[in-house]
Design a protein around this ligand. Structure first.
Ligand code: BDR
Ligand code: CA
Length: 313
């Protein structure tokens, strides 16, 4: 099978960084056409910079990086420096990027790529708020039918929420955008908190990254050291959940995950539950299924894959 063509839409973010590194380490399975940055964990200027820092860390300054939307469709931006630090990539000391940002806007790149490539050949991998993807779908509705699959990190059912009691961060930041994406009709695979909260970087798993004794292995271990303090304090778990790499791991080894094809709707109105992913996990409505909502992960298999792939960089 030829590698899957993908575009990663992202707000790095330490876990976004690991997701990108995993993609770049897996050329047999993944052909990364470009990275589109969006405002999320930190403002756009930083996410666009961090995406390039990560490409250079992987020795891939040739990957085109595009800056996209700097604010949600109709709300002020909410950021997450309390998790990711001031830069979004706190932890390792990494050099400023030398590679240039592309001139084209990320949304133009998304639309033009989906129109230029054969229909059904390009998948989108959103790892942050869905503003860029929704803007592309609003501006060019014809692309919805051309998307092979959208594999995104966002939402929760059993875990309910992380940024509010009922909402996961990526969906909460731009619920109107999420609503557009979930209603787009494009095939959707959702890596929810139900999955990512099982992908915990325990001390032995982080030691395995560090033991690679490469710049990538060390940087990943330091990133994880930094952002795990937040989740340890909050959840009392053994380590931080590595959310976004679940998306790229799914592209490489889908059998690591199980889920259900169900209806998922986004709450956009209630102040109390804004951004909630109302997932009909138990099939109690007659609403049509629109997403494969993942619920389990083989965490040991996931970390074995990640460590093995990062060793290649
Ligand atoms: C998501 O929010 C961000 O902080 C992470 O990068 C991840 O994409 C988890 O809720
Ligand atoms: Ca992210």
């Amino acid at each position: 099978m030829p590698p899957r063509k993908i575009i990663i839409d992202t707000d790095p973010g330490q876990d976004d960084a690991v997701a990108i590194l995993l993609a770049l380490a897996s050329p047999d399975e993944i052909d990364l056409l470009g990275i589109t940055a969006v405002a999320g964990n930190v403002p756009l200027a930083l996410t666009a910079k961090n995406a390039r820092i990560v490409c250079e860390l992987a020795g891939r300054p040739d990957v085109p990086v595009y800056a996209g939307c700097d604010a949600p469709l109709s709300r002020p931006l909410v950021t997450a420096e309390h998790v990711h630090g001031k830069t979004g990539l706190d932890g390792p000391t990494l050099p400023d990027p030398v590679m240039a940002l592309q001139d084209r806007h990320a949304v133009d790149f998304l639309i033009e790529t989906l129109r230029d490539e054969p229909s059904g050949s390009v998948s989108l991998c959103p790892l942050g708020p869905l503003t860029n993807i929704a803007t592309a779908l609003q501006r060019a509705p014809d692309i919805a039918g051309r998307i092979a699959e959208i594999v995104l990190m966002g939402g929760a059912y059993f875990e309910v929420g992380n940024i509010t009691p009922t909402a996961e961060f990526n969906i909460y930041v731009d619920p109107e955008a999420a609503d557009i994406v979930f209603k787009s009709g494009a095939p959707l695979t959702v890596m929810s908190l139900d999955v990512t909260h099982k992908a915990l970087v325990t001390a032995p798993r982080n030691d395995a990254f560090r033991a690679l004794e490469t710049p990538v292995g060390r940087a990943v271990a330091q990133m994880t050291d930094f952002f795990e303090r937040f989740d340890r304090e909050k959840y009392g778990t053994d380590g931080a959940p590595l959310h976004d790499p679940c998306v790229t791991a799914y592209l490489i080894r889908p059998a690591l995950f199980t889920g259900r094809h169900i209806n998922v709707e986004i709450e956009t109105r209630s102040p109390l539950t804004l951004g909630m992913t109302v997932a009909d996990w138990w099939g109690v409505t007659d609403r049509a299924p629109n997403a494969t909502f993942m619920g389990t992960i083989d965490a040991d298999g996931f970390f074995a894959l990640l460590t093995e792939r990062l060793a290649r960089l």
